[in-house]
Design a protein around this ligand. Structure first.
Ligand SMILES: *[C@@H]1O[C@H](CO)[C@@H](O)[C@H](O)[C@H]1NC(C)=O
Ligand SMILES: *[C@@H]1O[C@H](CO)[C@@H](O)[C@H](O)[C@H]1NC(C)=O
Ligand SMILES: *[C@@H]1O[C@H](CO)[C@@H](O)[C@H](O)[C@H]1NC(C)=O
Ligand SMILES: *[C@@H]1O[C@H](CO)[C@@H](O)[C@H](O)[C@H]1NC(C)=O
Ligand SMILES: *[C@@H]1O[C@H](CO)[C@@H](O)[C@H](O)[C@H]1NC(C)=O
Ligand SMILES: *[C@@H]1O[C@H](CO)[C@@H](O)[C@H](O)[C@H]1NC(C)=O
Ligand SMILES: *[C@@H]1O[C@H](CO)[C@@H](O)[C@H](O)[C@H]1NC(C)=O
Ligand SMILES: *[C@@H]1O[C@H](CO)[C@@H](O)[C@H](O)[C@H]1NC(C)=O
Length: 474
């Protein structure tokens, strides 16, 4: 294995009083071996890594003594003159990273000449750019990251955006955070699906940027869609048509969150923002997880995390059409006493409830589980799904305080108990006989009243008497 060491090329600025600023001059004569990772996060530590660092100086012609190649070029607090040529700074035009920080460009247009194809990470941070530069790049561009955070970029032209976005096929991040962008150009979200577009902290107007949110592919690229304030000037444009966001707090953090915790709700809210993924309705007065009306069911399709803890919920069956979409369900500290068999069947159906059962989390503790026969399905569920139930050990019987899982099935639901007691048999027999007698008496009474005929029993007796008389006469 090759020895792992870094060669750090210190490049100093020499005070050169002849110019108005200090000129950046590169020195190669201080070479030092330093530890493996010092100062470098992205360095391939098994290779020699050359770092060119310049700070607090003015970059102007003529440039002297720059090394023919550096892996990392880090320029801090550097003033770029109007006529510098990039090949002087980056002679090979290849670098793992070019980072320009807290610097100044006397003419931003020099960046048009920067050939970025072979710069892995291109960062121009806090350097007062007012427009996103149209860089020189071809379709072979290999740039993975482009970061222009903290400038004053107000204009992003479609051309400038597309140079990076469409030509640099490996682009993973385009960071335009902390700028002054009000309107982002319309663009065709293409196959570079892994490219993430960072736009936080820009005064993006809510009306001009619908294309960022309406198009699913575009939206997927957005990391933390900027928040618009409620003061009317800027509304969180993702949420501007969701009335519930006036009552609850809605925000985007890659996923879409609606926090209705402690808002005095007595049912699940209607009118959720599109594709809400996280809904927190904890600490409210919900008694079930019924979705208000069928017309609002769709809003619940994308919910993956539902926190309904600390509610007087007695049943969660109402949520069953959507329950298998969830990856997290917190119904702890509620008023659940049992889960019905049908719901348990649904939850245990591996062909349906895949996410919840494979990587999901369930919280069911601190409920007054009623440990009787009705709890059997739930107990079996606990047995099969112990891994997903995060608060397994707080799933306890209401009265006994015993863990539901450890309660014996026989004690939960004792088998029917048949031991014949002679007295019970006697009492039951007597009751049946007496009932029959009363019935016979009443029936006979009515028959005699209506037909005048004597009941059969007497008829037989009468007949017997008659035949005896007949015999006696003979
Ligand atoms: C580095 O170069 C500077 C300027 O040429 C020189 O003054 C200095 O002595 C050199 N240092 C070493 C260690 O060679
Ligand atoms: C930036 O560099 C200039 C000289 O070019 C220096 O006067 C100034 O103090 C530096 N600023 C910071 C913050 O280091
Ligand atoms: C872009 O950079 C390449 C390589 O340095 C160069 O050949 C080409 O002329 C440049 N194109 C423009 C428009 O500056
Ligand atoms: C861009 O640079 C800023 C400032 O250094 C940093 O906070 C941010 O994480 C960078 N963005 C990306 C995508 O790396
Ligand atoms: C985008 O992807 C589709 C299907 O995956 C493919 O047919 C198409 O050629 C791709 N377009 C580009 C520009 O790579
Ligand atoms: C949700 O809102 C409640 C009440 O305003 C707050 O206490 C809680 O921290 C919020 N939760 C999250 C995850 O922001
Ligand atoms: C659900 O909300 C409650 C109360 O707001 C909180 O304590 C709990 O940690 C949340 N559950 C999850 C899984 O985040
Ligand atoms: C599981 O769910 C699938 C899809 O909804 C359904 O077709 C299947 O009958 C269910 N299996 C059981 C055992 O309920």
């Amino acid at each position: 294995m090759a020895p792992s060491f870094l060669i750090l090329l210190f490049v100093l600025c020499v005070r050169d009083t002849s110019a108005d600023g200090e000129s950046c001059r590169a020195y190669e004569n201080r070479t030092a071996q330093i530890g493996r990772t010092r100062g470098l996060k992205a360095a391939t530590v098994t290779e020699e890594v050359l770092v060119l660092e310049l700070r607090d100086c003015r970059l102007d012609l003529p440039l002297m003594g720059f090394p023919p190649h550096a892996d990392y070029v880090i320029l801090t607090n550097v003033t770029f003159g109007t006529d510098i040529s990039w090949p002087d700074v980056l002679p090979s035009e290849i670098a793992k990273e070019l980072r320009i920080e807290d610097s100044k460009f006397e003419d931003e247009r020099i960046l048009r000449k920067l050939f970025v194809n072979n710069i892995g990470v291109l960062s121009i941070l806090r350097s007062g750019l007012s427009v996103l530069p149209v860089f020189n790049a071809t379709s072979e561009c290999l740039t993975r990251k482009a970061n222009f955070s903290g400038n004053s970029i107000g204009t992003v032209t479609e051309e400038a955006f597309n140079v990076l976005y469409a030509r640099c096929k490996f682009l993973e991040d385009l960071d335009l955070t902390r700028n002054s962008i009000r309107k982002f150009p319309k663009f065709a979200a293409q196959n570079v699906s892994k490219c993430k577009l960072h736009l936080e902290n820009n005064p993006l107007s809510c009306t001009d940027n619908d294309h960022l949110t309406l198009n699913q592919r575009t939206r997927d690229m957005l990391i933390r869609t900027p928040h618009c304030e409620k003061d009317g000037k800027l509304v969180q444009f993702w949420f501007h048509d969701s009335p519930i966001c006036a009552r609850c707090s809605c925000y985007i953090h890659s996923d879409i969150y609606v926090n209705c915790s402690g808002r005095g709700l007595d049912s699940l809210p209607a009118g959720l923002p599109r594709e809400t993924t996280h809904l927190d309705v904890s600490v409210n007065q919900l008694t079930s997880l019924r979705i208000p009306e069928e017309s609002h069911w769709r809003e619940y399709n994308a919910i993956k995390h539902l926190n309904a803890s600390h509610n007087p919920i007695t049943s969660i069956d109402d949520y069953s059409p959507h329950i298998c979409n969830l990856m997290m369900l917190d119904v702890s500290s509620a008023s659940l006493t049992a889960l019905p068999q049908s719901l348990v069947d649904e939850l245990l159906n591996t062909s349906r409830c895949v996410p919840l059962l494979s990587v999901g989390r369930l919280l069911l503790g601190h409920n007054p589980w009623r440990c009787d026969c009705d709890l059997l399905p739930f107990k079996r569920f606990l047995g099969e799904r112990a891994r997903e139930i995060v608060d397994f050990f707080t799933v306890q019987c209401d009265k006994r305080g015993e863990e539901v899982y450890t309660v014996q099935e026989e004690t939960l639901c004792p088998p029917p108990f048949y031991e014949l007691n002679p007295w019970d048999v006697a009492i039951v027999t007597m009751t049946i006989l007496i009932t029959l007698m009363i019935y016979k008496t009443i029936r006979d009474y009515y028959i005699q009243k209506h037909t005048g005929k004597l009941p059969k029993f007497f008829k037989v007796r009468l007949h017997a008497i008659k035949s005896r008389d007949f015999r006696d006469k003979n």
